[in-house]
Design a protein around this ligand. Structure first.
Ligand code: SF4
Length: 373
């Protein structure tokens, strides 16, 4: 093994967190946790030969090195290549994010007076292929078909409906009629259940006893490993980037959570007026606030698969933070509710307008208790 030639697979990305690394396998859309030492080994192997690394490793660490090596080979994170082939012939994946649409997602809080012909014009002119419609209990859900009919022939990739429960509505008929309905979520329903399930997660219909509310709760169930999200998250905020929200009074915002309104759809002429708003620096304020410049998240191994709807707050030109805490603590690799979970402040981490502080000694002690040496 020592004299053979190896290269690191260019589609697998070890993403180092504070305590552990997640290796993202983009083609397989999976991830796996490994110790941070495996991240360091893979990084080294992309620059040096295995024999060089082996020679420079102390005797006591050679056993670990061999274990990491075997593990990575089995998992195909590294590949054996002929000796005469230079590693440079396996170029790194281009992580530039390019997207054909000005807006990728349009979210609308629907009201009965909404001019859907105008919405159709906006979707077409912005080349937006994904729409989410949110209704409240006052909206007559039977009217939704009239809206869907207006946009049925413009080639939308996905339509998501978030609707208030109303008895006697057959949503399956709706998904049969409009094949681009990706998901229907019915809130304030009497039971939690899937009315329609699909192995690939398409056209699912789910009723929930919960009310419709905006939460910031993260869960592994909502994380995705894929090349679009991975490349976008390198330099963009994957929640706010290329999103447009129209509220029930016609107000225009970047997202439902955004505090700033940028005019009203009822007084604007699409596409020019809308384009002017979207292209403004103020509207795009959060589009480029990626996790690499936000406290805590920048040390989290999930940062390139997690979509986060919290509004980032600016400390200075290069630093951002949140005033609410995520329910995952990357310093101890624990989720809220898990045995041993502690909040950031209990771990000696503070993040606010004044600055960011990390008590490494305290965190190390906690991790020793939680995970051993
Ligand atoms: S700490 Fe940040 S990156 Fe990690 S799971 Fe929470 S929101 Fe996502």
């Amino acid at each position: 093994m020592i004299n053979k030639n190896y290269c690191v697979t260019t589609t697998c990305f070890p993403i180092k967190g504070f305590l552990r690394t997640a290796i993202y396998d983009l083609p397989k859309a999976t991830y796996e946790f490994v110790p941070n030492a495996v991240h360091d080994f893979l990084r080294l192997l992309s620059q040096k030969s295995f024999s060089q690394i082996y020679r420079n490793t102390t005797e006591e660490n050679k056993t670990y090195l061999s274990e990491y090596f075997q593990y990575c080979l089995e998992k195909e994170y590294i590949l054996e290549i002929p000796n005469e082939i230079n590693k440079k012939h396996f170029p790194k994946l281009n992580l530039n994010f390019e997207f054909p649409s000005i807006i990728s997602n349009l979210v609308i809080r629907v009201n009965k007076d909404l001019d859907f012909e105008k919405i159709k014009d906006i979707l077409v002119s912005l080349k937006c292929f994904n729409i989410q419609l949110i209704t409240d209990s006052t909206f007559d859900i039977n009217k939704i078909e009239q809206y869907l009919d207006v946009i049925k022939d413009i080639g939308l990739h996905s339509i998501e409906l978030i609707v208030a429960y109303s008895p006697g509505i057959n949503y399956e008929l709706l998904t049969n009629k409009y094949k681009n309905i990706a998901f229907i979520f019915i809130y304030s329903a009497p039971v939690n259940k899937f009315i329609k399930r699909h192995v690939l997660g398409l056209q699912q219909i789910f009723t929930s006893k919960n009310k419709f509310e905006i939460t910031h709760i993260k869960s592994l169930d909502f994380f995705n490993v894929n090349i679009t999200l991975f490349t976008e998250s390198q330099l963009h905020n994957t929640y706010f980037n290329r999103k447009l929200f129209i509220g029930d009074k016609g107000e225009i915002k970047n997202s439902i959570e955004s505090p700033t309104e940028f005019g009203n759809i009822n007084n604007l002429k699409p596409p020019d007026d809308i384009l002017k708003i979207i292209n403004s620096i103020e509207f795009q304020k959060y589009w480029f606030i990626h996790k690499g410049i936000i406290d805590v998240c920048k040390q989290c191994e999930f940062r390139y698969m997690c979509v986060d709807n919290r509004i980032p707050l600016q400390r200075n030109e290069k630093e951002w933070y949140f005033d609410t805490e995520c329910n995952y603590n990357p310093y101890i690799a624990k989720w809220r509710g898990e045995k041993g979970y502690k909040t950031l402040s209990e771990c000696g981490v503070t993040s606010n307008q004044e600055g960011f502080k990390l008590n490494r000694k305290k965190i190390n002690t906690i991790n020793k208790e939680l995970w051993g040496d």
